[in-house]
Design a protein around this ligand. Structure first.
Ligand SMILES: O=C(O)COP(=O)(O)O
Ligand SMILES: [Mg+2]
Length: 225
């Protein structure tokens, strides 16, 4: 297995990379903030703050909506109405208040130049993920993209990574996971993929190091030179 602790990596170290979306490639907190708070306003519920959102995203929309209803003291029976409102509002804002992090385009270009195959794997619903990648000009880097609704389980379960390696036709040990949270790190470890986390994303309010990845970087450009 390549020594991921010694960055930068060499092109021959990996055949592919699986890249997370929210908090890794795109800062989407603004979109989450708009969609969630419009959902709450529509239901006549109080707003939630940015820090709560930052600490809660990463485990898919269902988890985010359930935690948000609990945070504002709403009854769980509102879930179906909340889900429908959230999907409608997120669809309307997707990408509007989101920005690609510095170094992402350069980092992805270096991976492609190294001959690595690229797949995007996110817990975000697949339709929103595809739309966001296209709107931010990142879609052309990716051969495949899978959302949180693509498989029976979401990260931190290893299944989505195993299925993505299968779809790429690559061995987990030769497929690098790049993410921002413990969900990415746990899933990668259990699937047998080495994992690098970015320091700037959303890791439930904890430092990226606490998820025990193989390495932590400040930018995707640090991976390959
Ligand atoms: O929608 C989410 O929970 C965020 O998902 P991601 O970090 O896996 O892209
Ligand atoms: Mg993420």
């Amino acid at each position: 297995m390549p020594n991921v602790n010694a960055l930068p990596l060499l092109p021959r170290d990996f055949d592919a990379a699986i890249v997370d979306l929210d908090g890794t490639m795109v800062d989407t907190l603004g979109d989450f903030d708009l969609a969630l708070n419009r959902m709450l306003a529509e239901l006549g519920l109080p707003a939630v703050g940015r820090q709560f959102i930052e600490h809660t995203v990463g485990q898919g929309s269902e988890h985010l909506i359930r935690c948000t209803l609990a945070e504002v003291g709403a009854v769980a029976e509102l879930y179906d109405a909340a889900w429908a409102a959230y999907q409608r509002h997120y669809d309307a804002v997707n990408g509007e208040a989101a920005e690609v992090y510095a170094g992402v385009v350069e980092g992805l270009a270096a991976m492609r130049a190294a001959g690595w195959r690229l797949a995007c794997l996110t817990n975000k619903p697949g339709a929103f993920a595809k739309q966001l990648l296209a709107r931010k000009g990142l879609a052309p880097f990716f051969e495949l993209s899978f959302g949180g609704d693509a498989f029976e389980r979401k990260k931190p379960h290893p299944l989505p990574l195993q299925k993505t390696c299968e779809a790429l036709g690559t061995l987990p040990a030769r497929t690098l996971m790049i993410g921002d949270s413990r969900n990415d790190a746990q899933a990668a470890r259990a699937a047998g993929c080495p994992v690098v986390l970015v320091r700037y994303g959303y890791n439930h309010g904890e430092p990226a190091e606490s998820a025990a990845p193989n390495a932590v970087v400040d930018s995707l450009v640090e991976l390959l030179r």
